[in-house]
Every structure is written in C-alpha cells, then in structure tokens.
Design a binder for this molecule. Structure first.
Ligand code: NOJ
Length: 462
C-alpha cells in the first residue's frame, strides 16, 4: 500500500460500495405476489405504539408505513445508473424471502424472482458487483406464525429457501451472506423486547438463536455442496464496548457486553461454539440454554469464508452483579446531542483490530457504516451534508490505519445508498448519500455522494 503523509490509498481490489435492504428500499410491499414479512406486519400493527427501551426512553414506534421504501422496486434502474456514475465497485442488497416464496416454503413466485433477475443483471451490466444477503430480518409473516426462528423446522425452511436462491443466482452472485445482524433479530426481538416481534423471553430467544445458527450452517453447507465458486459469510453488528474504569470487574463487564452482541454470533460462525467465559460467568444465561446446545452446534458447524461487520456505535459498561450479564451500560464518553447515533470513528479501528485478534485475521467486509441525521424538513439543508462528508473521511482513514495494522479488510459498504425506511423510526432519520422525497421517490445526490464518488473513483481518501 502506498503511503505518504498526505494521502491514503486503498488497494484496487478493495471493494467500495453502498448498501440497502429489501424491506427498507423496495416498497411494493404487497405487489406481484409478495406476502407480508414480519417487518411489514409489526410496522403496521405497532405504528405509534410505545416501545420500552427503544432509542430513547419514552420512544413510540413511528407511524410511517414501510410500504414504499425508497421506491427501489420501481426505480432500480435509475438507482443503479447512479451507482455507476458514482464509480462504486459493489452494491449490497438483500432478497425478500416473502417475495420469492410467499408461503415461506414451497412454490417460487416467478414474478418476485424475476425482479431479482433484473436487478442482478442490471448491476452486472453496470459493472457493479452484487453482495447479496439472504435474510435481512424480513422473515415471511406466515413462517413467524408457524413458530418462526424458534421452530424446529426453521433450519429446513431456511436451507430450502437458500437453495432456491443459490440455484437461481449462484452463477452471477459471488458474494453471499446468510443473515444480517442476528443479534437484533433475536436478542433485541425475543430477549429484550425492543424489536419485532417485541417478545421478552430469554429461553425462547436463546432457542431461536440456536436454530438460526443451525440454519446458517445448513445454508453454508448447501452452498459448498453445490460447488459454486463464490464466497459465503454472514453479517453481524459489532459494538466496541469500553470499560467504565480500569478495574478488572469493569473490564470483564465490558467484555461480556461486547461478546453478547458480536461474538455470540460470530464465534459459532467461525469456530463452531459460543463464547465460553460468558456462559461460565452468567448462570442466568447458561441455565436458559437449550439442552445439548454445544454438541448440536459442533456437529453441524461449517465455517464461513468471511465476516461482515456493521459498525455504528460504541458502548461503555460497568460491573453489575445483579444484571443478567453482570454488566450495566453507563454513559458513553462524548455526548452528541441531536444525533441518534454518536459518532466515534476510532471505534471502527478498534472493532477491526478486535476481529483480527479474536478471529485469526479472517477476511472482513465492513458491510455497514453510516451516519443518520434527523430529517430537517428542508431538502437543501439535508443535501448540504458536510457532517456526512467528515464522517466518511474519518471512517475511511480508520480503515486505512487498520489495513496498515494488517487487518484483512476486503471491502466497505456505506449505509445507505439512499434515504429509506428505517425500522422503528421510519422516515425521521436520513442515512443516504442520495436524498429521497418519501412521497414521490424523487432522488437527488447529496453533497456526500459527490465526495463518496471521489473516494470510489480514486480509491483514496484525503
Ligand atoms: C443495521 C441494519 O442492518 C439496517 O437495516 C439499519 O437500517 C441500520 N442498522 C441503521 O440503523
């Protein structure tokens, strides 16, 4: 890697792209045979309802409906044209299971599958590599009603769906991920009750997590058995957790918090087992685990080719012997009023070093990283997004430093390509490089997209 004091260059093969998910971008929630996902369902039934502990105390779920996303279903060609003009190498998208197999299992909905044929072909024609997630939280609602993640059948359902996708797109898609952020789907959704389906049941959550991991192994195994020539991994949220003090107790408390968010998922995916010390130190957790969990994982284990990490925020913890994880969250160091997520670029460097050290420098993609700013109500203000430019610059600098430290980083995806529907907060937060009129779908490049364009085209950051 070339380096002087004034510029930071990335290798040519380091892929730079943007990302979005099916549920948040496509819209057309009920069109062409698509059935509702559990995300559609809970957005509709919980609109405006109070959700304890979410984002800030007293948070009520958005009354915005996700039915239009950012109109990607109708406008994907224009979006991909923008990506081409941006000069980016790749686009990370997810497939909507309920669009492809509306009953969750069984018959493929040709109209839904044909949509993804068109998207993938258009991307490839534009020279943009698709990075595809099989499930980004939008489980078919009909499967959730049949027990969902916690069902004994979940691994079968997921493997069958994955096989359909690999058979149809495996020739053209070379980068696959099984699940996006299982810790949100499962821990936040079933243990903490602050994400759909808003349940608080530790045992059920741990069982659902175990089934999800088994399903993940089954999909990876299926991919390998089909002899396809791409790479397969999974995407996990990573939160660097700092100790509230240098005491051994606070350090252990911070480690447990980091482990429960990230390693609880990443470690089974890379090494075939849960973090052992967490289970030893937290009897409440250990006792709620399904019987025979360790052997079951070990027997089914197949390692991933890479890890995807989503980095947004940091946390800080102190020891708390009464808490389930013997750990309590305390105020993070810099309060940044007005922002939903505090900005801390060094946390990305720390996360990358953590993955390097704990996972034998496995190849890693930064599958998400991005700044959300509150919708100002004024298009011009939203588009002159200097803060997002600084955010990009500082995070790219951290990636460069991590590369110098030897971390095997394969790519970066900014979240997200365009302002779209955010789970729980709807359209009140804008993450995009492209500004969207949520009512009409009109698009406009923000200033940050021009800046991102220079990074993508030069593979350098100033
Ligand atoms: C991670 C999720 O994968 C994505 O769907 C969400 O929009 C971002 N976090 C931002 O909150």
């Amino acid at each position: 890697m070339y380096r002087d004091n004034y510029s930071m260059c990335f290798p040519k093969k380091f892929i730079i792209g943007t990302a979005n998910s099916a549920f948040q971008s496509e819209g057309a929630a009920d069109r062409d045979g698509k059935s509702p996902s559990m995300m559609d369902h809970f957005a509709r039934t919980h609109a405006g309802k109070f959700v304890p502990g979410v984002v800030k105390a007293g948070f009520a779920m958005t009354t915005d409906l996700p039915d239009n996303g950012c109109f990607f279903y109708d406008n994907f060609e224009a979006y991909i044209d923008d990506m081409k003009k941006t000069g980016q190498d790749a686009y990370r998208l997810s497939l909507a299971w309920p669009r492809i197999i509306p009953n969750g299992v069984g018959e493929v909905n040709e109209a839904g599958a044909a949509f993804y044929d068109r998207v993938i072909d258009t991307l490839l024609k534009a020279g943009i590599e698709p990075f595809v997630d099989l499930l980004h939280w939008d489980l078919p609602m009909c499967l959730h009603e049949r027990g969902g993640y916690a069902s004994d059948d979940f691994p079968d359902w997921f493997e069958a769906y994955a096989r359909v996708c690999f058979e149809r797109w495996g020739d053209r898609v070379k980068l696959w991920s099984t699940f996006n952020e299982p810790c949100v789907a499962i821990t936040s959704g079933f243990v903490e009750g602050r994400f759909p389906p808003f349940e608080k049941d530790l045992e059920k959550g741990l069982r659902a997590g175990q089934k999800l991991l088994l399903a993940h192994y089954r999909a990876v195994k299926c991919y390998r058995q089909m002899g396809l020539d791409g790479k397969i991994g999974a995407v996990n949220a990573i939160i660097p957790v700092y100790p509230a003090s240098c005491s051994a107790e606070d350090i252990a408390a911070a480690r447990r918090q980091a482990e429960v968010r990230f390693d609880w998922w990443a470690q089974p995916m890379v090494k075939g087992c849960y973090p052992q010390n967490l289970l030893e130190e937290c009897p409440g957790y250990r006792n709620a685990m399904p019987e025979g969990y360790a052997e079951e994982l070990r027997a089914a284990f197949v390692p991933v080719d890479f890890l995807g990490i989503n980095y947004y925020v940091t946390s800080r913890s102190s020891d708390d012997p009464d808490a389930l994880l013997r750990s309590r969250r305390v105020q993070t160091f810099y309060a940044q009023p007005g922002l939903k997520n505090d900005i801390y670029p060094a946390g990305l460097l720390d996360s990358l070093l953590y993955v390097r050290d704990r996972y034998d420098n496995i190849p890693v993609f930064i599958t998400e990283n991005g700044l959300c700013t509150p919708d100002s109500g004024d298009e011009e203000t939203d588009c002159q997004d200097e803060l997002r430019i600084s955010y990009l610059r500082e995070h790219f600098r951290m990636i460069y430093r991590a590369m110098l430290a030897g971390v095997d980083i394969r790519g970066y995806f900014y979240w997200n390509d365009a302002d779209s529907y955010e789970q729980l907060t709807g359209y009140s937060q804008r993450f995009g490089l492209t500004w969207i009129d949520r009512h009409t779908g009109r698009r406009r490049w923000k200033k940050s997209r021009y800046y991102f364009q220079t990074i993508a085209q030069t593979h350098m950051v100033d």
